[in-house]
Every structure is written in structure tokens, then in C-alpha cells.
Design a protein. Structure first.
Length: 259
């Protein structure tokens, strides 16, 4: 049996980018990727959080970098990707995870500025990141693109969340179309749809007593998910083990959408 067959999840020699990788789900995935042997780049808008996350990633002993990048800024995305590729020599997998929660506002009370502000990061930011990464991967012979979406986009509706749900639903079309367009370039494109993951972003909802009382009994282990729960899936999608998977949406929600 070859080494590749014996260790399909070994990411040694691979370079992976995680946007929004300095906290929450992004950091949970980045740590799992680093533990599997990958060189990891994280992008974030907070220098303080970037530095703290980089210290955690460096503890795994591999190469890691943290760059300040606003994924809604096309120029900044292009420059940050060039810097990432220069640091590692290549980018084999890209996790477009950066996002903002958006306003908790009734539909008729939303402003256009609120709508555009969320779309700029949660949808446009994924498009910009994917496009620059895909151009690099096509020239290099292939790679893996992964969008971090949500069950709120395609599997479950919630009130007062129209911009967020719309952006996440938009990722479904983006992932499927990109998967078709890029399949002959050796690039696979997939989406992760998390459920309720305990992060600073989600805490205002998860700490709501009424919401928790209705939702926790429906979940595996009667607990919220954690960023670490997504680590194994990130390693799989970055590894050669997922080499025949593209255009798919993988739900990881503790069984919430089943009930």
C-alpha cells in the first residue's frame, strides 16, 4: 500500500487558506488543518485576534501566517492571496469562512445599507476569494475550494434574518456553478452547512433562554456544536480523500434539520 493510500488525511506538504480564521469556526478548522500537517494561512480584519490565533497555530510546529484582509475589498483580497501564495509557494485548499452576522431586523424595516453591508462580506467576499484562488489552482493543476454556508441558507428558515439567509442561500448557487465550471481544471468546490455552533458570533442567539429551550432538546447530545466539531470535516475536504467530491453541501448540525 502506498503512503498516500495509507494516510489519506495527512496534509503534510499542503498549504491551506482559511478566511475569517482568527476565531470561531475558522480557527477551529485552521487548528485541525495545522494538526494534520498543513501549512496554514489565516485572514482576518483584527490584528489582535490574528496575532493570538497565529500563536495557537504555531504551536503545532508547522508554518503559519496571519494576514489582515477585508474579503469585501477586491484589491486587498488579490494582494493577500499573492502574499499567501508567495509565503507557501502554493495554495492547495481555500476555506471561504469570513462572515458577519448582520442585523436581527424585520424584513420591512431593513435598510439597503444593511443589506449591502452583509452581502459585501458573506457573498461577495466568497466570490472574490474563490475567484482569485481558482485562478491560482487552475494554473497549478487543481485544488479544493470550500464555502462555509449555514443551514439557515437552504435547510431551515428563521425570521428577522433575511440578508444572512439570502447570502448563505446564494452560496449554494455559487458552489454548484463553480463546481461545474472548474471540474476540468481539477478543482473541486463544496460547501459546509453548520448548524448552531457556539462562537462569539452566535452567542447572542444561543444564550437566549427561549431559543435554547426549544432547540437544545433536538440536538445530538443536547449540546451546541463547537468549532472543533468542524475540524475533521475541514481536514477531509482539504485532503486527497475528498478528491472525487464536488458540488456538494455537507450539513453538520447535530441532527437539527431532521427534527
Amino acid at each position: 500500500m502506498s503512503e498516500a493510500q495509507a494516510s489519506p488525511f495527512d496534509l503534510s506538504g499542503k498549504a491551506v487558506l482559511v478566511t475569517g480564521g482568527n476565531s470561531g469556526i475558522g480557527l477551529g478548522m485552521a487548528e485541525a488543518l495545522a494538526a494534520a500537517g498543513a501549512s496554514v494561512a489565516i485572514w482576518g480584519t483584527s490584528e489582535v485576534k490574528n496575532a493570538a490565533a497565529l500563536a495557537r497555530l504555531s504551536a503545532f510546529g508547522g508554518k503559519a501566517i496571519a494576514l489582515r484582509c477585508d474579503v469585501g475589498d477586491e484589491r486587498r483580497v488579490r494582494l493577500a492571496f499573492d502574499e499567501t501564495a508567495a509565503a507557501f509557494g502554493r495554495v492547495d485548499a481555500c476555506f471561504a469562512n469570513a462572515g458577519v452576522p448582520g442585523p436581527i431586523t424585520r424584513f420591512c424595516e431593513l435598510s439597503l445599507d444593511q443589506w449591502h453591508g452583509l452581502m459585501r462580506v458573506n457573498l461577495d467576499g466568497v466570490f472574490l476569494t474563490f475567484q482569485v484562488a481558482a485562478r491560482h489552482m487552475a494554473a497549478a493543476g487543481g485544488g479544493s475550494l470550500v464555502a462555509v454556508s449555514s443551514i439557515m441558507g437552504t435547510r431551515r428558515a428563521f425570521g428577522r434574518a433575511a440578508p444572512y439567509a439570502t447570502a448563505k442561500a446564494g452560496l449554494t448557487g455559487l458552489v454548484r456553478s463553480a463546481a461545474l465550471d472548474l471540474r476540468h481544471d481539477g478543482i473541486r468546490v463544496n460547501a459546509i452547512l453548520p448548524g448552531f455552533i457556539k462562537t462569539a458570533l452566535a452567542d447572542p442567539m444561543l444564550t437566549n433562554e427561549r431559543f435554547a429551550g426549544q432547540s437544545l432538546p433536538r440536538l445530538l447530545g443536547r449540546r451546541w456544536g463547537t468549532p472543533e466539531d468542524l475540524g475533521g470535516l475541514a481536514v477531509y475536504l482539504a485532503s486527497d480523500a475528498s478528491g472525487y467530491m464536488t458540488g456538494e453541501e455537507i450539513v453538520i448540525d447535530g441532527g437539527f434539520v431532521l427534527s
